[in-house]
Design a protein around this ligand. Structure first.
Ligand code: MN
Length: 231
């Protein structure tokens, strides 16, 4: 279908740069898993035992790439959540755990920025989490590194430093639901498509950010992401 068939021009396709390449990953959807590190489940007041994974979504156009994070006006309490992002390169439905990594083309470092006050209100009222999780600029993300270069990391330091101070620290080997399991479970609910992203959960130490903060997120073997919180 040519552009002339649309009533108005279509929105730009969100995309992520690829390390060492001039090509981009066109992003389709963003899925996020909740409570996927024991210590974070505990700090949020939940049972750390393995429960079935649950997912929520962010909009693909809330990606922030190579730009600063504007503090959202609707919230008084915005938290950082550093997470490894899994990039789907081959779609599928009902994907077996043993086949799941064949569908992953790469990884990135992401921040699941969260309006904790709005999320808490939604939880209390039994309402959807969208206001707290899916807002403009809610998904800062690094460039993608290809699995053909780094393999599929299952261990390695994941941390977030703010103004030089370590706030979040964990290891990928602490993921309750591992990457192949996440891909498999998610593919039972959705027909995964190339360009879908999965934010794989955050280690303990989440907390608020304020305007002027300098955030440095990093995952050993994957990459890093630096940005400032701006007003
Ligand atoms: Mn998260």
């Amino acid at each position: 279908m040519s552009a002339a068939n649309y009533l108005f021009p279509p929105s730009a396709i969100p995309s992520l740069p690829v390390r060492g390449s001039s090509q981009l990953v066109p992003v389709h959807r963003i899925y996020c898993i909740g409570r996927n590190y024991e210590a974070h489940a505990v700090e949020m007041g939940h049972d750390p035992n393995k429960e079935p994974p649950f997912f929520f979504q962010k909009n693909a156009d809330s990606l922030v790439v190579n730009a600063n994070f504007p503090f959202p006006k609707q919230s008084q309490d915005v938290h950082h959540e550093v997470e490894m992002v899994v990039v789907i390169g081959k779609g599928g439905q009902g994907i077996a755990v043993d086949d799941a990594l064949d569908h992953v083309i790469g990884y990135a470092v992401g921040l699941d920025m969260t309006c904790r006050d709005l999320q808490a209100e939604a939880k209390k009222l039994g309402r959807p989490w969208e206001p707290g999780k899916s807002f403009e600029n809610a998904a800062p993300c690094s460039e993608v590194v290809l699995a053909s270069e780094i393999g599929h990391p299952s261990s390695g330091d994941i941390r977030l430093v703010i103004n030089g101070e370590v706030r979040q620290k964990g290891d990928l080997n602490q993921l309750i639901w591992k990457v192949p399991e996440l891909v498999s479970v998610l593919s039972n609910f959705y027909c995964l498509q190339p360009g879908d992203l999965i934010f794989s959960g955050t280690p303990a130490g989440v907390g608020p950010v304020k305007v002027g903060d300098k955030l440095q997120a990093s995952i050993e073997g994957v990459g890093q992401l630096s940005l400032s919180v701006v007003g």
